[in-house]
Design a binder for this molecule. Structure first.
Ligand SMILES: Nc1ncnc2c1ncn2[C@@H]1O[C@H](COP(=O)(O)OP(=O)(O)O)[C@@H](O)[C@H]1O
Ligand SMILES: [Mg+2]
Length: 338
């Protein structure tokens, strides 16, 4: 990876016609060759940002340059350099995998033998060689996403923008997509800008990432660096409500006790209890149990973990990231429909 900046975004703002401020003054840089991530919950402004960077949506204000080209002055040059996979797959179910890709190439002014060879090569790269001449409507969800990815690669882009490319995929297809994305970045040197709601995905793939919420960047760094910033273990506890006390009153009492313990760095409300950030979790736990015992607070469960990107998100926003959908069965759209 070189240290040249490939994408520079400065104070970018997007206000939609109805007044929704989807992007609220964000600034960041993506280096040449980097696997860069935009991690955030639904509605954070990820797709809006991608649409602007890929010239599909006009920004309200701010500046963007890609490979030295100003987005406003040189959109055509930028379009040649980039590939985009939008959140909804764009493959035509009536065409075969190969036909979808050929069409994509022709739209990019590629023809004949050069295009045919490129398409063959990419079908192999994304593992669709055997299914190349089947109609895309008969592909599984994972295969459609891979075909979509291959379509974005036909014109040999330098930068790939992938908007939640694994959302809706079953775990196995998701893993396969991860492998392809990694290899595109590592073996072919393509810079990748990925958006995701999945902490694990951002953690595994990204060299660097921004955590976004409500149109703002709340944290930026490498996954390891961000997690280290927490500087404490995450201890999630649930408690039995004390006799006659509500769950909330029990939490208040517990927080009061925790505020007297020096190892505690921070305490945040979790769904069923509290998440406590404390130095040296292993040593802290006996101390916690003794203090709760004394105050007549009964613990139901204790769970100690090293910080995750979710803890980073929680620290900066006070809430947890919830991936919108849960894993669905691979889509079988097309079967028996036509
Ligand atoms: N065309 C639109 N008009 C008005 N509001 C929009 C439009 N598209 C998205 N939004 C709103 O902008 C915010 C950011 O949306 P989006 O960029 O799609 O977020 P994400 O991709 O992170 O889920 C959300 O509140 C969303 O409802
Ligand atoms: Mg989106």
């Amino acid at each position: 990876m070189s240290t040249t900046d490939l994408i520079t975004v400065d104070n970018l703002v997007e206000v939609y016609a109805d007044g929704t401020k989807a992007v609220d003054g964000i600034s960041f840089k993506v280096r040449d060759g980097e696997f860069f991530g935009f991690l955030g919950p639904n509605g954070a402004g990820k797709s809006t940002t991608i649409k602007i960077l890929t010239t599909l949506l006009r920004k309200t204000s701010g500046t963007v340059t890609i490979a030295g080209y100003d987005l406003e002055k040189h959109p055509k040059e930028i379009r040649k350099l980039i590939g985009v996979q939008s959140q909804d797959t764009a493959v035509d179910p009536e065409l075969t995998g190969r036909e979808n890709m050929m069409l994509q190439g022709e739209l990019q002014q590629m023809h004949g033998k050069v295009l045919g060879e490129r398409v063959d090569h990419l079908l192999e790269v994304v593992g669709l060689k055997d299914a190349a001449d089947k109609r895309a409507g008969r592909y599984s969800g994972g295969m459609k996403k891979r075909l979509d990815l291959a379509c974005t690669l036909v014109h040999e882009p330098k930068v790939l923008f992938l908007d939640e490319p694994t959302t809706g995929l079953d775990p196995q297809s998701r893993n396969t997509m991860w492998d392809y994305m990694e290899s595109l970045n590592e073996k072919q040197g393509i810079t990748i800008f990925l958006t995701t709601q999945y902490l694990e995905e951002a953690d595994r793939l990204c060299d660097r990432l921004c955590i976004v919420d409500n149109g703002k960047i709340v944290a930026e760094g490498s996954p390891v660096g961000l997690k280290q910033e927490i500087g404490a273990d995450a201890i999630t506890i649930t408690m039995e409500s004390s006799a006659g006390a509500t769950k909330e009153a029990t939490k208040v009492a517990a927080k009061q006790v925790l505020s007297t313990l020096p190892a505690v760095v921070n305490t945040i409300d979790a769904e069923d209890g509290l998440t406590i950030y404390a130095k040296n979790g292993g040593i802290f736990i006996p101390e916690l149990i003794r203090a709760f015992d004394k105050a007549n607070i009964r613990l139901v469960s204790i769970n100690v973990s090293t910080p995750s990107l979710d803890d980073v998100f929680l620290k900066h926003t006070g809430k947890r990231i919830r991936a919108e959908e849960l894993v669905k069965q691979p889509s079988r759209a097309g079967f028996g429909r036509r």
